[in-house]
Design a protein around this ligand. Structure first.
Ligand code: XLS
Ligand code: NI
Ligand code: NI
Length: 439
């Protein structure tokens, strides 16, 4: 049975193609810098946006037309069908990875035990489909934010029973991720944060968050789960002060609780811009700390102050992202997970394909441009030259720790004036990027 009978496997047709259901730039087997495009990009489908987002917004009801959801009324039966839909979708788009929250794949029961039973039924089907298609799990996670029990947070809730419930839920989510050979497990902060200090013990909440993560690390060891743990930074939403605000905040948190050996970062473009950063800044900060893990690929709208999770279409941005990824040596366990949803008015199943195709094409362009920039070392050579004063003389003394305030004072007294500052040449560099993009 096919759920997209009118849609064939998406093929690469090149930039002149007029076919909306073809890749214009993403040519999975094309080799770039010694690896195929698909090995570089490691695309992943997010189960939540593709299978469970129905187009609701704060003002309106569902708009999405999903015929497969109406073949049954029992939520468990619908969940079973969605697995088949998901795998047909990934096979046809050539996406080789997926990510899910526990509650995306199976309905929540009245008790945790019932929820776990539902999960087991669905995970059996997912496992068969993974065997049949060779599609892999990039990472799993637990939804610790939708149910009303998480109103005041999960591991940072003032209610210890909620902490316990969250631990039990994550335990199961880790088990199913392990069973499906997940290459990673993600913690996105959800409601881990607060609205007002008037009612918040910030220290206890953060300590508890760290205790929770340590328990996850211990349990992974116990069950032999070797996947990579990720923390996904995000500011502002849903709580006013999210504890995992941005890369720098998460790195400081991990280091102060001695957790940095066990976690890396999963960086999302729209979260970066909400934090007032570019995504390339966020990636660079994580990479320089040795903590770059994976990416949630999407884009925001700079005029809107929330997580709009749009499909990436901006080649300037994907060039910057892929440049940072190449510079950091490429993905190891991570990949590009489309944490992106079609717009509310793009409600047809075909729109799901078109959105993923443009996202994949946009990253393919970014990869190609970034690879040329990297190969020619244009930016790196400029960087080396800009900082050359640290390679000899007083600069070398500074970087090798051979000098101090007194010696530097003497150096400046002798030198008297500084008249050799150089232009940063920002516009020149921006012009080069345009040239590389346009060829
Ligand atoms: C929400 C997050 C979420 C995580 C997974 O803004 O991006 O979707 O990626 O829990
Ligand atoms: Ni995300
Ligand atoms: Ni997000």
């Amino acid at each position: 049975m096919s759920y997209f009978p009118e849609i064939q496997k998406i093929k690469f047709e090149g930039s002149k193609s007029q076919n909306p259901l073809a890749f214009k730039y993403y040519n999975p087997d094309e080799v770039i810098l010694g690896k195929t495009m698909k090995e570089h990009l490691r695309f992943s489908m997010s189960y939540w946006h593709t299978l469970t987002y129905m187009g609701t917004d704060p003002f309106g009801q569902e708009t999405m037309v999903r015929p497969w959801d109406h073949l049954a009324t029992d939520p468990l039966e619908i969940a079973k069908t969605r697995v088949k839909v998901a795998f047909e979708f990934m096979e046809k788009t050539g996406i080789e990875y997926f990510c899910f929250h526990d509650r995306d794949i199976a309905p929540e029961g009245k008790t945790l035990e019932e929820s776990n039973r539902n999960l087991d039924i669905i995970v059996d089907i997912i496992e068969q489909e993974m065997k049949r298609t060779g599609i892999k799990l990039l990472w799993g996670t637990a939804n610790l934010f939708s149910n009303k029990r998480f109103v005041n947070g999960a591991s940072t809730s003032p209610n210890a029973d909620v902490f316990a419930f969250s631990a039990a839920q994550v335990k199961k989510a880790m088990e199913i991720t392990h069973r499906l050979n997940g290459e990673g497990y993600t913690f996105w902060g959800g409601r881990e944060g607060y609205e007002t200090l008037l009612n918040t013990d910030l220290k206890l909440e953060q300590d508890n968050f760290a205790r929770f993560l340590q328990m996850a690390v211990d349990y992974a060891q116990e069950i032999g789960f070797k996947g990579q743990f990720y923390i996904e930074p995000k500011p502002k939403e849903p709580t006013k002060h999210q504890y995992d605000y941005d890369s720098a905040t998460v790195i400081a948190f991990l280091k102060s609780y001695d957790l940095d050996k066990h976690f890396k970062l999963n960086i999302e473009t729209n979260h970066a811009t909400l934090a007032g950063h570019t995504v390339n800044h966020e990636i660079r900060v994580a990479a320089e700390a040795g903590l770059l893990g994976s990416l949630d690929a999407n884009q925001g709208d700079l005029l809107l102050g929330w997580d709009t999770d749009q499909f990436p279409t901006n080649i300037y941005d994907t060039t910057a992202i892929m440049y940072e990824i190449l510079r950091a040596g490429g993905f190891v366990t991570g990949g590009l997970n489309f944490d992106a949803k079609v717009r509310r008015s793009s409600f047809t199943p075909e729109d799901l394909f078109i959105a993923h195709i443009v996202g994949m094409d946009t990253f393919a362009v970014g990869l190609k441009v970034a690879a040329k920039l990297w190969e020619d070392q244009v930016l790196e050579n400029h960087l080396k030259d800009r900082y050359r004063s640290y390679t000899t003389g007083i600069g070398k003394d500074i970087t090798s720790g051979k000098t101090n305030f007194k010696a530097l004072e003497k150096y400046i007294f002798d030198k008297k004036t500084i008249d050799d500052n150089e232009s940063g040449r920002q516009e020149y560099l921006e012009a080069i990027i345009n040239q590389y993009i346009l060829g």
